[in-house]
Ligand binder design. Structure first.
Ligand SMILES: Nc1ncnc2c1ncn2[C@@H]1O[C@H](COP(=O)(O)OP(=O)(O)OP(=O)(O)O)[C@@H](O)[C@H]1O
Length: 305
């Protein structure tokens, strides 16, 4: 089942077309990475999902129910962590969650039980100090606890790891990874390693268009360009291999970088076998041979540039 469905979504600010015919679905219990450079339209999309901005065209459905601008009905099932969450600094975490619980109509007992569980989840159960003394990472963790208080079916986090140090980033990613058992997570980021670490699906937004979307495996397979780096003893050997293998149908490209040949291929096994045969026949001695798998980073650079 899809927790979130976005169809033909478009949005313009003045003459600036920010979103152009966006289509994607977020399946239940997935951790979905929403990637894009600064200004790509990630926050705009999230605000439309939350009914905080009006779309010009298209439809957004949360759990099968259409989202309407200004009508927060679907938000009863959605938790939201903005990029810079704001709190009452004079409260401690427990007091703050109690206030949020009371506003959302939870009973006192429900608030106590859920706050205890959530503060444990985000590593703040022993933290008694006022929120004004919190680090950025602690505030993000408290923001996640707050967003989960109402047991949402969809948790939306806007760049939850940006501006955090590696430890803070890891803590947030571990939490998001853990909560997928209970909810579905959509989070925006421009940090690819975050996506590779915890997401099962991702979409890449560029100039308001989705240039890629799917499971991480599907994404990598779409642009599968395994490559093989080869160092040989002599420039003559290199030149021969370069010209021989450029002609092969299963080799997209042969690059030469700092004395290393890089073969981009659709058939790694065949490339390895035929390279070995060719090198043996021409007495070319391989110094180093290394297969490089496509990473999300390479793929992102490919579609963004
Ligand atoms: N209310 C608004 N009025 C006019 N332009 C806006 C408004 N909100 C956003 N924009 C513009 O829309 C574009 C997309 O902004 P958005 O905040 O959605 O991008 P983003 O992908 O979240 O970027 P970032 O990573 O920097 O947060 C930007 O060029 C931004 O300046």
């Amino acid at each position: 089942m899809n927790v979130l469905e976005i169809q033909h979504l478009s949005k313009q600010f003045g003459s600036h077309q920010v979103l152009r015919d966006l289509n994607f679905q977020v399946p239940e219990h997935s951790v979905y990475g929403f990637l894009g450079q600064n200004g790509a339209g990630k926050t705009t999309t999230m605000k439309i999902i939350l009914g905080l901005l009006k779309a010009d065209k298209g439809e957004v459905k949360v759990l099968g129910e259409p989202v309407r601008y200004g009508c927060t009905k679907t938000n009863r099932r959605v938790g939201y962590l903005p990029d810079v969450p704001e709190f009452y600094g004079y409260m401690n975490a427990e007091q703050y969650l109690r206030l949020c619980g009371e506003i959302t109509g939870l009973t006192s007992k429900e608030i106590s039980l859920r706050s205890e569980e959530l503060l444990r989840l985000v590593g703040l159960s022993e933290e008694k100090k006022k929120i004004r003394g919190y680090s950025r990472g602690m505030k993000q963790r408290l923001g996640i606890a707050q967003a989960l208080l109402n047991e949402p079916r969809l948790l939306i986090c806007d760049e939850p790891t940006s501006a955090l140090d590696p430890l803070g980033r890891k803590e947030i990613l571990d939490i998001l990874s853990k909560v997928r058992e209970k909810t579905t997570v959509l989070f925006s980021t421009h940090v690819l390693s975050d996506v590779e670490r915890i997401c099962d699906r991702a979409a890449v937004l560029k100039d308001g268009r989705l240039v890629l979307s799917g499971s991480l495996e599907e994404l990598k397979a779409q642009r599968r360009k395994d490559s093989l780096c080869l160092e040989t003893g002599t420039p003559e050997g290199q030149n021969l291999l370069e010209s021989e293998f450029q002609k092969k149908g299963y080799v997209f490209e042969v690059e030469k970088k700092n004395g290393v040949l890089i073969f981009h291929t659709s058939d790694m096994a065949r490339l390895e076998t035929e390279l070995m045969i060719c090198m043996t026949e021409h007495n070319i001695c391989p110094m180093k041979m290394e297969v490089q798998k496509p990473t999300l980073e390479n793929l992102f650079m490919e579609v963004i540039s």
